[in-house]
Design a protein around this ligand. Structure first.
Ligand code: LMR
Length: 306
């Protein structure tokens, strides 16, 4: 876990031309953080500068859904954006680049970017479900009255949307020195199979309702967690959740989707945790979120060809 801690970073910040003065404010704030490992900051509106020789790309810019907009309209606008970003990665970035897609709909945007960067391995692309993973972990911890560090191996399956399935069947809770299953620790199966799931599924919307803005701090923290785990690996006996490319060989999830799975990471390479027992309750929820992703993909792919 030392290498990532000591790696100096050059930040390339890309935005559209009219936003450059605002970006300058972000640069000032970054400078004012006096971050020990931040070596250089390069703000730009040029793709050939922003994507050149990248080791890591965090794609946060997407078209947010506005009032009266259909899901399809949103997808169409985002297919154009992520096709472009994938092509720029393909052209300018290192072939070893690790790409994290955050902008919504994150899974499908990630798939579009991966498909638009044929010279970069699909395994190098992932989308953010760590925010949902952290939300699930924290909900369990709060319910038990313990720190989130004492809760491990929650799973987020599927789409970063309200169909996602936060699963605690393999979660372990450390309470007063003993390790319990989540069901034994919480002793309220109805909550775990009901309100817990909907709370995590709806959390993004609840934050928007309260803040009048979508999550920022928690999303930024989740991005750091995700990237740190890619660079440093996951802890022994623990897994995390990431949207990754499905080859159709795990848990009956269709191929050619970016689907959130439990993963373990070593040497900057993720592996799906493959042998977990799945009951019927879980299976139906995993299938429902897969079905939504298939629909999103088919709509997006139709736009890709246009
Ligand atoms: C979140 O999970 O907080 C965001 O993805 C919500 C959103 O729609 O921006």
């Amino acid at each position: 876990h030392c290498s990532a801690k000591l790696t100096p970073i050059i930040l390339l910040l890309l935005d559209i031309t009219p936003m450059l003065p605002v970006l300058e404010g972000v640069v000032m704030e970054l400078q004012d953080c006096a971050l020990p490992l931040l070596k250089e900051i390069i703000p730009t509106d040029k793709e050939e500068v922003a994507f050149k020789d990248l080791d890591a790309a965090i794609l946060v810019g997407s078209m947010p859904r506005k009032e009266g907009m259909e899901r399809k309209d949103l997808l169409k606008a985002n297919v154009a954006i992520f096709k472009n970003q994938g092509a720029a990665l393909d052209k300018y970035a290192k072939k070893t680049v690790k790409v994290l897609v955050v902008g919504n709909p994150a899974n499908t945007n990630c798939l579009v970017a991966a498909k638009s960067a044929p010279s970069i391995p699909k395994e190098n692309f992932s989308c953010l479900t760590r925010l949902d993973h952290n939300r699930a972990r924290s909900q369990v911890a709060m319910r038990c009255g313990i720190p989130a560090t004492q809760v491990k191996n929650v799973i987020i399956w599927g789409n970063h949307s309200s169909t996602q399935y936060p699963d605690v069947h393999h979660c372990k809770v450390n309470m007063s020195g003993s390790e319990l299953t989540c069901f034994d620790a919480i002793k309220d199966d109805d909550w775990l199979k009901g309100d817990f799931i909907t709370t995590v599924q709806q959390r993004g919307a609840a934050v928007i309702k309260a803040r009048k803005l979508s999550s920022a701090m928690s999303a930024a923290k989740a991005i750091c967690d995700h990237m740190r785990d890619i660079w440093s690996g996951t802890h022994e006996g623990e897994f995390t959740s990431m949207g990754v490319y499905s080859t159709g060989n795990s848990y009956g999830v269709p191929e050619d989707l970016i689907y959130s799975f439990p993963v373990q990471i070593q040497n900057k390479t993720w592996k799906i945790v493959d042998s977990l027992a799945i009951n019927d309750f879980s299976k139906s929820k995993m299938d429902a979120t897969a079905a939504e992703l298939v629909e999103e993909r088919d709509t997006a792919v139709a736009f890709l060809g246009v």
